[in-house]
Ligand binder design. Sequence first.
Ligand code: SF4
Length: 178
Amino acid sequence: MKKIILHACCAPCASYPIKLLLEDNFEPVVFFYNPNIFPYKEYKIRKDELEEYCKKLNLEFFEGEYDIKKFYNLTLKYKDEPEKGQRCSLCFYMRLFKTAEFAKLKNVDFFTTTLTVSPHKNSNQIFEQAKIVSKTLGVQFLEYNFKKQDGYKISRMIAKENNMYTQKYCGCMYSIAK
Ligand code: SF4
């Protein structure tokens, strides 16, 4: 089995991508890097639940730094943009860049993200950012569009079976107000 670094935003969204990657003969190494999430209490709920789920599945789990200042510095200019705008592109870029750096650090050839499972996100917007990161750092991004083939529906079913917490907003403080 080949290792792949799976950037993951929460347990419900990670559930189906993990299942699919295992079926595709990959060993996902789960990387939680989401300093966009506000407040910290919400961040911790999402992180702890994903960590628990990984333990249950016997998968490696790593947490990146909660450097929320970095997120604000990067996106403040676009705070009033609607979701799917420039703020979100930068948010994707920031998270994917750190994921690819982590893959390099761990000598893993591939990375991908659970972010494409959400029907509220444009997968092409995520892929665009991933391509820039991949070219810059020389780590291969695998374009999994996890929302396809009922991916979102299946992820919700797994979340329900496992009594997972499901959040009411994307993550950043700007998305709470929406
Ligand atoms: S709405 Fe979601 S993707 Fe967009 S900036 Fe906020 S946390 Fe990031």
